[in-house]
Ligand binder design. Structure first.
Ligand SMILES: *Cc1c(COP(=O)(O)O)cnc(C)c1O
Length: 394
C-alpha cells in the first residue's frame, strides 16, 4: 500500500502540463479598465467581462464606499437571519423592474444562483435538457440536483424537440437550461423557439443572462428583451459581476418562484448575504444602464469596428483560423491546437494586447477570445486586428 494518500496529485498535474491544459494566475495591477497593467506592462485589455467599463467607474466606487460606511464591510449573516439590508431589497426591486418580472432574488454569485435554483426546481423524478455548450454552473447545478440529465447538441432545436417527444412523459417535471449568450463562442440561444417547445411540452426554461444583462436589448435587460420575449413564463438568472461591474448573481421571475427559492435554495439560505459594497455597486450600475443607453450604443459600435477589423485582417489567412459566428461583444478566433493558441496569446501580449487563449477542457476547440468594451478606443480595436494577423503570419 502507498504510504502517501496524496501522492497521486503530482502525476495528475504533470498530465495537465503535458496536454498544454495547465493554468495559473497572474496579478493585474491598478484599476480595471480598457487597459491593464500586467507584469509591469501596459496592455490593451480584451479579456474582461466588464463590457460597459463600470467596474472602474467612480459612481460605483462611491456607492460602494458610502454603503460600507453606512452598513460595514460584511453583511454578517445569511439573508434570513442578520444579512438582509434595505440595499438588498432595493437591488432586488431594481432587477425585477429591469427584467419586468414580478420579483427577483440576489445570490452571492451567479454560480451559486444556478446551483441553488436548479436543485430547488428539480430532483430525482425529473428531467433536465441542457445545451452541450452551457456554462459550468448550469452543468454542475444539474448534476447536484439529482435529476436525469440529457445534453443536446449546441442550439439543436430539432434534437430538443425529439428528446421532449421521447422522454418528457416519463418524468414528473422537466427543466430546459440554456446560456443566452454562449460565453466561449459569443452566439445566442434560439430563445423564442426554445420557449415554444417548453410551453408545448409543459416544461420549465431557465436562461442564463450572465453575458447579456446590460449588453443586449433595448433597455439593456438582456437576451429575453432582445428577442421580444419579455413577460413570457421563464426563469431568468444572471450575474452582477460582468456588465454590472460588481459581484453577485440573481434570479428574476414570478413572485411565487422567488418566494419558493427563498425557502428552498440552499445556496441562498445557508450562505452570507452579499456585502453592502457589492450590493450598492450593482444598484448604481443598473441605474447607469437604465439612464445611459449611449454606453450600450458605444459598446455595439465597438463590436462592429472589431468585427470588421478582424474579418479584413483574416481574409488571406489559412482556413485553420476561423472567426466563430457571434452576435455579442465576444469574438472568438478558432485555432488548431492548444500550443498554437498559447503561442499566439503570448505574441499578442508582447505586442501590447491582452487576449486570452481558451483551451480544452473549457471548450472543445482552442481559440483566442476577444471581448469588446464600451470604453475601448477605435484605434485600439483596429490595432489588435492588425497585430493578430501579424502574429499568425509569423
Ligand atoms: C460568469 C458566468 C456565471 C457565473 O457568474 P458569477 O457571478 O461569476 O459566479 C454563470 N453563467 C455564465 C454563463 C457565466 O458566464
Amino acid at each position: 500500500m502507498s504510504t502517501d494518500p496524496y501522492a497521486w496529485i503530482e502525476p495528475s498535474l504533470a498530465t495537465i502540463h503535458r496536454a498544454d491544459w495547465y493554468r495559473s494566475v497572474t496579478p493585474i495591477h491598478g484599476r480595471s479598465g480598457a487597459t491593464v497593467n500586467l507584469d509591469g506592462q501596459c496592455l490593451t485589455n480584451f479579456a474582461s467581462n466588464d463590457y460597459l467599463g463600470l467596474a472602474g467607474d467612480d459612481r460605483l466606487i462611491q456607492a460602494a464606499i458610502a454603503a460600507t460606511q453606512k452598513y460595514g464591510t460584511g453583511s454578517t449573516g445569511s439573508r434570513l437571519i442578520t444579512g438582509h439590508r434595505p440595499l438588498h431589497q432595493a437591488l432586488e426591486q431594481t432587477i425585477a423592474q429591469l427584467k419586468q418580472t414580478e420579483d427577483a432574488l440576489v445570490f452571492s454569485s451567479g454560480y451559486l444562483a444556478n446551483i441553488g435554483t436548479i436543485g430547488a426546481l428539480v430532483g430525482k423524478r425529473d428531467l433536465i435538457l441542457t445545451d452541450h455548450y452551457n456554462h459550468s454552473s448550469l452543468k454542475n447545478g444539474a448534476i447536484l440536483s439529482g435529476a436525469t440529465i440529457v445534453e443536446y447538441r449546441h442550439n439543436d432545436l430539432l434534437q430538443v424537440q425529439e428528446l421532449l417527444q421521447q422522454q418528457r412523459d416519463r418524468y414528473r417535471r422537466c427543466l430546459l437550461l440554456t446560456d443566452s449568450v454562449f460565453s466561449m463562442d459569443g452566439d445566442l440561444c434560439p430563445l423564442p423557439q426554445l420557449l415554444d417547445l417548453a410551453e408545448q411540452f409543459n416544461s420549465m426554461l431557465l436562461i442564463d443572462e450572465a453575458h447579456a444583462t446590460g449588453v443586449l436589448g433595448h433597455t439593456g435587460a438582456g437576451c429575453v428583451e432582445h428577442f421580444g420575449c419579455t413577460g413570457r413564463p421563464l426563469i431568468q438568472m444572471g450575474t452582477l459581476s460582468k456588465a454590472l461591474g460588481s459581484l453577485g448573481g440573481y434570479v428574476a421571475g414570478s413572485a411565487t418562484l422567488i418566494d419558493f427559492l427563498r425557502n428552498r435554495a440552499p445556496s441562498w439560505i445557508y450562505t452570507t448575504g452579499l456585502s453592502p459594497a457589492d450590493t450598492a455597486a450593482a444598484l448604481a450600475a443598473i441605474t447607469i444602464v437604465q439612464q445611459s443607453p449611449q454606453l450600450r450604443h458605444q459598446l455595439w459600435q465597438n463590436v462592429q469596428t472589431l468585427q470588421q477589423g478582424l474579418s479584413q485582417a483574416l481574409m488571406d489567412l489559412p482556413s485553420a483560423y476561423t472567426l466563430l459566428p457571434s452576435a455579442s461583444p465576444i469574438l472568438c478566433l478558432q485555432v488548431d491546437s492548444p500550443a498554437t493558441v498559447l503561442q499566439l496569446g503570448q505574441t499578442l501580449k508582447q505586442a501590447g494586447f491582452f487576449v486570452p487563449a481558451i483551451r480544452p477542457p473549457t471548450v472543445p476547440t482552442s481559440r483566442l477570445r476577444l471581448t469588446v468594451m464600451a470604453t475601448h478606443q477605435p484605434e485600439q480595436l483596429q490595432q489588435v486586428a492588425i497585430a493578430l494577423s501579424q502574429a499568425i503570419a509569423r
